[in-house]
Design a protein around this ligand. Structure first.
Ligand code: SF4
Ligand code: SF4
Length: 430
């Protein structure tokens, strides 16, 4: 992969083959937000050929980094790399996202600060949020960064890594000799802790013991796509060392964004530092998504359904529960994990897998995109909600907690009471 700091060396033909693939362009039909338009801007800014201004920053922020355009590009351009390089140039000129960059430099780097943030979020949750019926999430009482109407994920009572530390002491620290190490990610640690707990409970289906390095940090994906490469490199260095120290043959992720950050962007972050790049490539080569492990490692032809989950969702009396699947851009296009999650769903007894139209079209999240452009983001998610509705599914499965958060918001706005879960949550661990 072309390094992140030097952009790319192939030329855009301006052929327009990518236009129909871009969810953002399709909603606005404005050349400035078409892949070729944004890339031209990104390159001009990266090479100091035009001044960095706020309107340029606004156009460059209108990319989900979903990479859908790259599938249809005859010149195989790394649009994602160019967008990230353009955003990095904006950061150099102090044009965009400065409060977020401050958070990437501080909170994201320090586990204790993130823990404290989650603690206060939880402590003041009655003041800050009101709970949506069921377990689907929270709404803000006042608009802070995002509109009040946006459904936000719940905050776990205790972060997953903290509970692991309490439960297992140093046993699961980085010196463990398990063949698998688990990279948890921030959503799994602070919000949907049921996913990491389920992953550990499925150890028998994964086919080996799993260590959980407790000193892991955020994967850095929010900083990478925002163009804060300095913060991203710092996080990447730390995670590379922590993960290599485990000695694990494979590093498991259950989040498309974390997996693709480590697998694709970590090596690219160090194109000017050979030693770290080699370590990054080593770690990248060991990354595997949990769905691939479960689909390919186990000899079980079928899986029993997770009855506890169905009970929690009020679906325990259903003979066959209809489940559809959303393919996360990072999991599908970036990590190449396309069939494994669907194979799992087809093998779960008591589940009828119903494919949805455009299952691999972006959900509309795109990190800070959904914060800065919630209107466009919601319009893209509304299409996803309509495609889900058309399947008649009772549950949506996906492999990325960020997609799950975005889709849950879209479904709530569409008035659809359909829960979104991680694919592995549907498998019984017994
Ligand atoms: S990465 Fe996605 S949002 Fe960005 S230009 Fe390409 S298709 Fe559009
Ligand atoms: S498909 Fe590729 S070469 Fe054609 S306009 Fe889009 S980015 Fe440029």
């Amino acid at each position: 992969m072309t390094g992140l700091s030097d952009g790319a060396n192939k030329v855009c033909l301006r052929c327009g083959s990518c236009l129909s693939a871009c969810p953002v362009y399709k909603k606005q039909l404005n050349e400035m937000v078409a892949p070729r338009g944004k890339m031209a801007l990104a390159e001009a800014i990266s090479h100091d050929e035009m001044p960095a201004k706020h309107d340029t920053a606004s156009y460059l922020s209108q990319c989900l980094v979903c990479t859908a355009c790259m599938d249809s590009c005859p010149n195989n351009l790394n649009v994602d790399i160019r967008m990230i390089a353009g955003r990095s140039a904006l950061k150099r000129h102090k044009i965009a996202n400065m409060p977020f960059f401050a958070a990437f430099r501080t909170v994201l780097q320090t586990r204790s600060l993130m823990d404290v943030g989650a603690f206060f979020g939880r402590l003041f949750s009655r003041l800050l949020f009101f709970r949506v019926p069921g377990e689907s999430g929270l709404h803000l009482r006042f608009p802070i960064l995002v509109p009040r109407s946006r459904l936000l994920p719940k905050i776990a009572i205790t972060p997953f890594l903290k509970s692991e530390k309490k439960k297992r002491g140093k046993e699961h620290s980085s010196s463990s000799k398990a063949p698998y190490a688990y990279f948890v990610g921030c959503m799994g640690n602070y919000s949907c802790t049921e996913v990491p707990n389920q992953l550990l409970a499925l150890q028998n289906k994964i086919g080996g013991s799993i260590s959980v390095p407790l000193d892991q940090r955020c994967c850095g994906m929010p900083a990478i796509v925002a163009g804060d490469l300095q913060s991203a490199r710092k996080l990447a260095r730390r995670n590379i060392n922590v993960l290599l120290k485990t000695g694990a043959e494979k590093i498991i992720t259950a989040c498309g964004s974390c997996g693709s950050a480590i697998k694709h962007y970590y090596p690219a972050l160090f194109d000017d530092d050979e030693n770290t790049r080699k370590s990054a490539e080593e770690v990248a080569s060991r990354i595997v998504d949990v769905s691939e492990l479960i689909a390919h490692s186990t000899t079980e032809k079928t899986f029993a359904v997770n009855k506890d989950l169905l009970k929690r969702l009020g679906l325990e009396s259903e003979k066959r529960v209809k489940v559809t699947y959303h393919e996360s851009c990072h999991l599908g296009r970036r990590m190449g994990v396309i069939e494994a999650p669907k194979q799992i769903l087809r093998r779960i007894e008591g589940i009828e897998f119903v494919p949805m139209k455009d299952e691999n079209v972006c959900c509309g999240c795109g990190g800070l995109f959904s914060v800065h452009h919630y209107d466009i983001s919601s319009a893209i998610t509304a299409d996803k909600a309509e495609n889900i509705r058309a399947t008649g599914a009772q549950i949506v499965a996906t492999g990325c907690p960020a997609c799950a958060m975005q889709i849950a918001d879209g479904l709530a706005h569409a008035g659809l009471d359909i829960p979104v879960v991680h694919t592995i949550e549907l498998i019984s661990s017994s």
